[in-house]
Write a protein that binds this ligand. Structure first.
Ligand SMILES: [Zn+2]
Ligand SMILES: [Zn+2]
Length: 398
């Protein structure tokens, strides 16, 4: 085993019990997006305990620098998110959420504890590497406009500017001890579409006197599918789904308006803009051609997440060296969204997945469910790999 791998593994092993306690503390005391005041205070106290000097950003976010020798040489950023979800925890565990209706059901407790553990390893090793590791603890990943966008606006990618950024996310489909990577397109942009079809309501028995909003809306939903099937390149994943249709008429009443709500997801920012224009144009043209009109509002969510190919290749190689090739897997595309995507639009980024599953112990629930939990053995993998990947990247030529 190379010396550096052995050194990091030994520190990761030493710091894992503390990392478990940190994770349990955060898990038991969850806070909703942009309300992470106590979590931020706790993270601050842990960082200060390591001799670091965190600075507040975006109200409940924190940034800290671990400086090695020659700190100006190069900076790499590591990111974690702090927020929990409005879910009532159903796990009966010692570290169960103490707040009714709030739960770390997306593993952000794991990400935060892991970044603290990695920071401790790096701080311990600060005389053994050159450059700076920027620790980013951001608020509000789960809620629009996303803490990442606020942190970027407040300058998290400046002074010092990181050359690369790494982030990780728990992945209950993958066993603890393993990690997954995907270069290039990985996660989707997500935009919300709100359309109100307007016509002329009236008695359903007298269609000649009405402009049938239900019929127009039905045509519209069908016609919209052609935007994805006929205009999106087959090489760019795109999804357009309408999950809410509201026509408050009756068996014999045509309503004055029908509301349609949906989501548009894709993995190309140019196509994303074009699709928005096409959705608007089609909705307006079709409604008009059928004698009605429409109001359309597209709320832009997170951009698509792209993993820089060469950074991902290097980080993946670091994972193979640290964990063994048998513990590193390829990930599939994922049409979910994640606000780490904002960083990936600004600097070369790699967002990888941390396996947290343990089938034998029944730890298999998906994120965003009341029974989500992790095999805490994943924490040792997580803190060591994050520190090792950062060290490898600081030493890389790119
Ligand atoms: Zn989530
Ligand atoms: Zn998440």
């Amino acid at each position: 085993m190379p010396e550096l791998v052995a050194r990091v593994k030994q520190l990761a092993h030493t710091y894992t019990p503390d990392t478990v306690q940190v994770r349990r503390h955060i898990h038991a005391n969850p806070e909703l997006s942009f309300e992470e005041h106590n979590t931020a205070a706790y993270v601050r106290s842990v960082l200060e305990g390591y001799g670091l000097e965190p600075v507040a950003m975006a109200e409940t976010g924190l940034v800290a620098l671990v400086q090695g020798r020659n700190p100006e040489k190069r900076t790499i950023a590591l990111r974690a998110d702090l927020d929990a979800l409005p879910i009532m925890e159903a796990n009966e565990v010692a570290y169960k959420s103490k707040k009714d209706g709030v739960m770390h059901a997306c593993g952000h407790d794991v990400h935060t504890a892991s970044l603290l553990g990695a920071a401790r390893i790096l701080q311990e090793m600060r005389g053994e590497f050159e450059g700076t590791v920027k620790l980013i603890f951001q608020p509000g990943e789960e809620k629009f406009p996303g803490g990442a966008s606020l942190m970027i606006r407040e300058g998290v990618l400046q002074n010092p500017a990181p050359a690369q950024i790494l982030g990780q996310h728990v992945f209950p489909m993958l066993p603890a001890g393993k990690v997954g990577f995907r270069a290039g397109m990985y996660m989707a942009s997500a935009d919300e579409i709100y359309i109100t079809v307007k016509g002329k309501g009236g008695h359903a028995a007298m269609p000649e006197q009405n402009v049938d909003t239900v019929l127009i809306a039905s045509h519209l939903i069908v016609a919209m599918q052609q935007i994805v099937s006929r205009h999106a390149s087959p090489k760019v994943p795109s999804v357009l789904s309408f999950g809410k249709v509201e026509a408050k008429g009756a068996t014999n009443v045509i309503p004055n308006e029908v509301k349609i709500e949906g989501t548009f997801r894709t993995m190309n920012e140019v196509w994303r803009e074009e699709a928005h224009k096409r959705i608007k144009k089609l909705a307006e043209g079709l409604c008009e051609s059928m004698g009605g009109s429409c109001e359309i509002d597209i709320k832009k969510g997170y951009p698509f997440l792209k993993n820089d190919p060469s950074l991902t290749e290097r980080t993946r190689a670091a994972a193979e060296a640290y964990l063994g090739a048998e513990n590193v897997v390829d990930l599939d595309l994922w049409m979910g969204a994640e606000d780490f995507a904002y960083y990936s639009q600004e600097v070369p980024a790699c967002f990888y997945r941390l396996g947290t599953r343990n089938e034998a112990r029944g730890i298999v629930s998906s994120v965003h469910t009341p029974t989500f939990d992790i095999d805490e053995a994943a924490l040792e993998t997580s803190i060591g790999l994050m520190a090792y990947a950062a060290l490898q990247e600081l030493a890389a030529k790119a």
